[in-house]
Design a protein around this ligand. Structure first.
Ligand code: TYD
Ligand code: MG
Length: 449
């Protein structure tokens, strides 16, 4: 019989090594390699034959997953139309961002329709009760268990009929079956596997809270993301009240969908019209501000780009960004210099998306360039103007997707003029004047008048 080998596994990225080492060669983490005992003991023994699987005809599957609404239209939207019975969801996010709050609110509302269990390995029952009180939900029929012991969780699930349950967090769950510490790869994998298995069998919808590492990944093995049906991240700047819940994987809906919330003193509230809110505090006659319609998931959202261009006293001018990619800013500065004659080499540039938001799509190029030019010239862009398009390195303005959706959203919020790339003739929006530009140098002609 082959000798069983102990494995050494990096807890950050799950890379395996034959012996212990201080630093993981794959992800460069220090002290992350931990000894794990082999889980299987039948290695090398005779493999027993399997039974043939029961085959199911594709055309015969008429299972329509019934959805359970969560009482939050935003959460439902991110889920793809509500919770699916028997599905497993993983929610990641920075500490203090509001994961436990969202799930306690959801649990409380769902408890009117289905039995709810809330397992917390992080907080005491009185802490959770206190939060419920603060949220005005202290009379909800939610049952709390403050344990992280896997076998206890499974036994509790078996004893109590449940429709929805929360595990806050998966990193605190541990099993007697393995010696490793809670939060290690083998514990997390084992716990998630057993809980998902039990939940699927009983048709329970389970939500796991996952901690994130310094660089924003869900801690523990990546396999966790493969095991669940839906992975979402809770984002936001803790100094700001806005919170965005974003899906990265969804077996029951669209990915990259977002839900927008406001963290107020009575918990998380839906924001059904984020565009209006993000533009609320805009000052209309300030230089360095430009508005675009970004697309987040399937949803158009107006955002304000702010630029501050000021003369520098340093040899190396500063380029600072919040909510946009720093490389993109450098590229835009170079393109503006080369193709429109605006030189930023003796200026610091600060670029920010108002409200703690972020944009990654190239459609924001033209608005960012406009904000920079407006600040450099100290001339405000008229406040009824919305600007979008991608900028190429040769100074050409390139088209971006879903222009009709973007323009309609802008018109709905009272914008009168749109500066855009060349559009197909069929794109028309009543009450919105559309200025189509082909090259960057045309932008400045239309920006201020
Ligand atoms: P929490 O849900 O505990 O975060 P997580 O589980 O992601 O770590 O949220 C804690 C933060 O939310 C805390 O800083 C206080 C704030 N908060 C409010 O602003 N309003 C509220 O009603 C509640 C319950 C929390
Ligand atoms: Mg929490």
């Amino acid at each position: 019989m082959a000798k069983l080998k102990t494995r050494y596994v990096c807890q950050e990225c799950a890379t395996e090594y034959p012996r212990w080492q201080g630093r993981c060669e794959n992800c460069d983490a220090w002290n992350s390699v931990v000894e794990e005992l082999p889980a299987t003991t039948h290695m090398g023994s005779k493999v027993s034959g399997g039974k043939p699987a029961e085959l199911i005809a594709l055309q015969g599957t008429t299972v329509d997953n019934p959805r359970l609404n969560t009482h939050s239209a935003e959460f439902d939207r991110v889920l793809g139309g509500g919770l699916v019975a028997g599905s497993a969801i993983l929610i990641g996010g920075d500490p203090g961002i509001g994961k436990s709050t969202l799930l306690l609110q959801t649990a409380a509302h769902l408890s009117q329709k289905t039995p709810v269990l809330y397992f917390s390995g992080e907080e005491s029952a009185s802490q959770i009760q206190l939060r419920a009180k603060r949220l005005g939900l202290e009379n909800a029929d939610v049952h709390i268990a403050t344990t992280g012991h896997l076998e206890t969780i499974l036994a509790t699930m078996a004893k109590n009929k449940t429709g929805f349950m929360v595990i806050d967090s998966i990193q605190t769950v541990f099993s007697d079956k393995t010696e490793s510490a809670p939060g290690t790869v083998s514990q997390v994998r084992l716990a998630a596997n057993e809980i998902i298995g039990a939940a699927k069998k009983a048709g329970v919808c389970v939500v796991f809270v996952g901690h994130v590492t310094k660089d924003g990944q869900i801690a523990g093995p990546r396999v966790l993301e493969h095991m669940v049906d839906t992975v979402m991240y809770f984002e936001g700047d803790r100094g700001q009240p806005f919170r965005i819940l974003r899906t990265f994987k969804n077996r029951f809906g669209a990915t990259n969908e977002i839900g927008v919330f406001d963290m107020c003193d009575r918990g998380l509230q839906d924001i059904s019209n984020p565009s209006a809110l993000f533009l609320e505090e805009r000052t209309t006659d300030a230089a360095g501000s430009a508005v675009l319609t970004a697309i987040e998931g399937t949803r158009p959202m107006l955002m304000e780009v702010q630029a501050l261009v000021s003369a520098t006293n340093q040899a190396q001018p500063r380029r600072t960004t919040l909510g946009v990619d720093g490389g993109r800013l450098s590229m835009l500065a170079a393109v503006l210099d080369k193709h429109a004659g605006f030189t930023f080499s003796s200026h610091d540039i600060f670029l920010n998306i108002a409200g703690g938001l972020r944009v990654t799509e190239p459609a924001a190029d033209l608005a960012m360039a406009s904000a920079m030019v407006s600040s450099l010239l100290n001339r405000p862009i008229p406040s009824d103007r919305v600007i979008m398009g991608e900028l190429g390195l040769t100074g050409e303005v390139r088209s971006v997707g879903q222009m009709d959706v973007r323009l309609k959203e802008a018109q709905k919020l009272g914008f009168k003029v749109a500066i855009t790339p060349t559009l197909p003739t069929k794109v028309k929006v009543d009450g919105l004047e559309i200025i189509q530009i082909k090259r960057l140098d045309h932008l400045v002609e239309h920006l201020f008048n």
